[in-house]
Ligand binder design. Structure first.
Ligand code: ADE
Length: 268
């Protein structure tokens, strides 16, 4: 893969910019309208316009063949709820293969039974070169033969049950897309945000310096970059220790962090 290198007007060579990549996503769903709004607003819309992400939705109902466009049926063995029928979904996969001949695909089923989606998973998917197919379940379940023949992995966005996989697919697309180089501008950059390094974020302030009697911490007005860095790190550690101590087990911590944590534990 080639890379571009930019030069400042003063001739100073900058770090090479990685060659532009596109995250290709196809979503199989019974409700494409749920995805349309979020994909056509703000950062995801801009990413699409810049060619950094390409998201196409496919309506599973278009692959039904009966006059009522039936996509679900009652479960063998009885019980409540409906099951997504295999035939329309198998036909949708055939259509995908015909649309993208020779391309490799990674098919992910969104369901509460999946592995928990996390920042780490988003990082992995943001580097994916295969076409990502997100299959959204709806109703109670999906025929097991779909999972057996077409699904490479299963992801859940949390331990709760949504009405369908569409909102989960949007969460996966959004969290992944913002890690693609160029999707966020410099000022929104993903490299310093919450979870990079595994800690929660430190508090942020903007003007005015005093608002309704509440003052911005002096250190942030001091212009002392080293002190600001130390304050932010301490606040990030404090937030993580008090709100999500489990994250400290896997966070990338330095010796300095260890000392700060010991102090914080005594203080709190
Ligand atoms: N579909 C229904 N609930 C879900 C969840 N928690 N995560 C992913 N897909 C789902």
């Amino acid at each position: 893969m080639h890379s571009r290198t930019t030069r400042h007007s003063n001739g100073v060579k900058r770090e090479p910019i990685p060659a532009m990549r596109t995250l290709n996503v196809d979503v199989l769903t019974l409700f494409p309208g749920i995805l349309a709004g979020p994909l056509n607003e703000s950062i995801l819309k801009r990413a699409g316009e810049k060619g950094l992400i390409s998201v196409r939705t496919w309506n599973i109902r278009d692959f039904t063949e009966d006059k009522h466009k039936t996509a679900d049926d009652s479960p063998y063995g009885g019980g409540a709820g409906m099951v997504l029928k295999p035939e329309p979904i198998f036909r949708a996969f055939e259509a995908l293969r015909a649309e993208y001949p020779g391309e490799t695909m990674l098919t992910i089923l969104l369901s509460p039974q999946g592995a928990l989606f996390s920042h780490r998973e988003a990082e992995r998917l943001s580097k994916e070169t295969r076409r990502i197919v997100l299959l959204c379940g709806h109703y109670e379940a999906i025929d097991e033969r779909v999972r057996h023949s077409h699904v490479d992995e299963e992801l859940s966005i949390g331990d709760y049950v949504l009405t369908g996989g569409e909102l989960a697919a949007l969460v996966v697309i959004d969290a992944t897309a913002r890690l693609i180089p160029g999707v966020l501008g410099d000022e929104e950059s993903a490299s310093f945000d919450s979870f990079t390094g595994g800690l929660l974020d430190y508090p942020h302030y903007t003007r005015p310096a005093e608002f309704q009697g509440m003052k911005v911490p002096d250190v942030l007005l001091s212009g002392n970059h080293e002190e600001i860095r130390r304050w932010r790190r301490r606040e990030a550690l404090k937030a993580t220790l008090t709100k999500r101590p489990d994250l400290l087990d896997t966070a990338a911590l330095t010796d300095e962090d260890g000392k700060i944590l010991e102090e914080l534990k005594k203080e709190l």
